[in-house]
Design a protein around this ligand. Structure first.
Ligand code: GTP
Length: 283
């Protein structure tokens, strides 16, 4: 799948990041805990190389907790970048971000501590900001690219925080990465083919979480042998049929994707640090 979704406002955001990074004390990079590697933006990685950073694995309530622990260890030990996992809408968890920054970031104490939130679309940047502020400041939504401008908010403990629009990069490769991002909801649905991402999600679930499939789709007698059979079974059981009883693969794939995104299938991680190492070895 070739995804081309780099609208004008993302280019503007890239320039905005370039100009703003030097003015803040720490960059909070919001990743999706289900796919911390795929959701790490190479543009941000490049721009923030020499900057104090905190990787935030958000939506950890949707991710496999054991895998999340492995990701935290990977960032801390292999990449030497501090990382925490949280659910952005929970006050006590979001507060970990401020505690970390206030205690660990070197700064000019004559002025406020400046934080900047960056990341790809739909990872929960605005949600975290709103939770930290204790009120709704930034628009949130379950579609990518809701935030369109940089916004500054003053928090209680002498901290200013800047929210920025979600940004992707012009060419997303390899294909699995684009598919994982699309399946997670980071890419606008208008730019993706549901059947293609449904097929990808079916393969991922059959390989990594077959028992969760059996629990969620109780109509499954056994684990389907392949992706097409899984999508067909869902289509049949949920009445996604075209004239003549032909399965509507598009609709059945949509059901699978929506269930996956909302956590109805269970806590799922798309990738592990080991998967990434193995992919690098075969390149
Ligand atoms: P853009 O404006 O596209 O850059 O999005 P954003 O990164 O600001 O994301 P936003 O805060 O709008 O959240 C996207 C969706 O994810 C919303 O539906 C949120 O309710 C949901 N969300 C955010 N954080 C969490 C979380 O920790 N767990 C779960 N389950 N959902 C979350």
């Amino acid at each position: 799948m070739n995804i081309q979704w780099f609208p004008g406002h993302m280019l503007e955001t890239k320039n905005l990041l370039k100009n703003s990074i030097s003015k803040v004390d720490v960059v909070l990079e919001i990743l999706d805990a289900r796919l911390p590697f795929a959701s790490e933006n190479p543009l941000v990685e490049n721009l923030c190389k020499d900057k104090a950073r905190l990787k935030i694995l958000n939506k950890s309530d949707l991710a496999d907790p054991e895998v999340t622990e492995k990701w935290l260890a990977y960032f801390e030990k292999q990449r030497k970048i501090p990382a925490i996992a949280l659910c952005g809408s929970q006050k006590g968890q979001a507060a970990k971000v401020l505690n970390y920054c206030v205690s660990n970031i070197q700064r000019n104490r004559a002025r406020k501590l400046r934080l900047m939130v960056v990341g790809i679309p739909n990872t929960g940047k605005s949600t975290i900001l709103n939770t930290l502020a204790g009120k709704k400041i930034a628009k949130t939504g379950n579609v990518p690219a809701v935030t369109r401008q940089k916004q500054r908010t003053s928090l209680k403990n002498n901290v200013d925080i800047y929210d920025t629009p979600g940004i992707l990069w012009p060419v997303i490769e390899p294909e699995e990465r684009a598919l994982a991002l699309a399946a997670s909801g980071a890419i606008t649905d208008a730019a993706v083919d549901y059947y293609e991402i449904g097929f990808f999600a079916a393969g991922l679930l059959l390989k990594k979480y077959p028992n969760l499939l059996l629990e969620r789709y109780s109509f499954l007698q056994d684990i389907p042998k392949d992706e097409t059979l899984l999508i067909e079974e869902i289509g049949r059981a949920r009445g996604c049929l075209k004239k003549g009883g032909i399965i509507n693969y598009q609709k059945a794939s949509e059901i699978l994707i929506r269930d996956l995104r909302s956590g109805k299938i269970g806590k799922i991680s798309f990738e592990t640090p080991k998967d990434i190492e193995s992919a690098n070895e075969t390149m």
